[in-house]
Design a protein around this ligand. Structure first.
Ligand code: FES
Ligand code: FES
Length: 155
């Protein structure tokens, strides 16, 4: 395939290689080429946060990043949040607070929350709410999610 670019990147701590076309989004390649289906496509235009991943420590919408842009870089998806020893405290607290929502929005909320706690381990409620403003749930409130994130920050 002449148009395909060979990419080497670290995904969830593991060096991976794949071929992609110049127009393909990171979201598309993660799901359809790399086989990591946890990152979800909601709007596909940068509005919902369902596709959040962490790229070199920065929270991004993977639907707005081209796959070719991750050459030599490091990506963490929802599949990389738990450790071999078990769930990340955020995942545990989402369960305890019944903050789990549908399969579309939850991975994005968890990844966004992880990016927040990585840079601000003790956020205020206002900071959590402001940070998660880029994650849309079309169905329910955000209170349980905010409580779970604040509780995880205390772990
Ligand atoms: S699918 Fe990327 S922001 Fe909605
Ligand atoms: S969009 Fe996931 S529960 Fe509402």
């Amino acid at each position: 395939m002449p148009n395909k670019t060979h990419i080497t990147a670290t995904i969830n701590g593991e060096e991976m290689e794949f071929l992609c076309e110049p127009h393909q989004s990171l979201l598309e390649v993660l799901r359809e080429t790399v086989g990591l289906m946890g990152t979800k496509e909601g709007c596909n235009n940068g509005n919902c946060g369902s596709c959040n991943v962490i790229l070199d420590g920065v929270l991004v919408n993977s639907c707005l990043v081209l796959a070719v842009e991750i050459q030599g870089r490091s990506v963490t998806t929802i599949e990389g949040i738990a450790s071999p020893n078990g769930l990340h405290p955020l995942q545990q607290k989402f369960i305890e607070h019944a903050a789990l929502q549908c399969g579309y929005c939850t991975p994005g909320f968890i990844v966004a929350s992880k990016a927040l706690l990585d840079q601000n381990p003790d956020p205020s409620e206002q900071e959590v709410r402001a940070w998660l403003a880029g994650n849309l749930c079309r169905c329910t409130g955000y209170d349980r999610i905010v409580k779970a994130v604040l509780d995880a920050a205390d772990v």
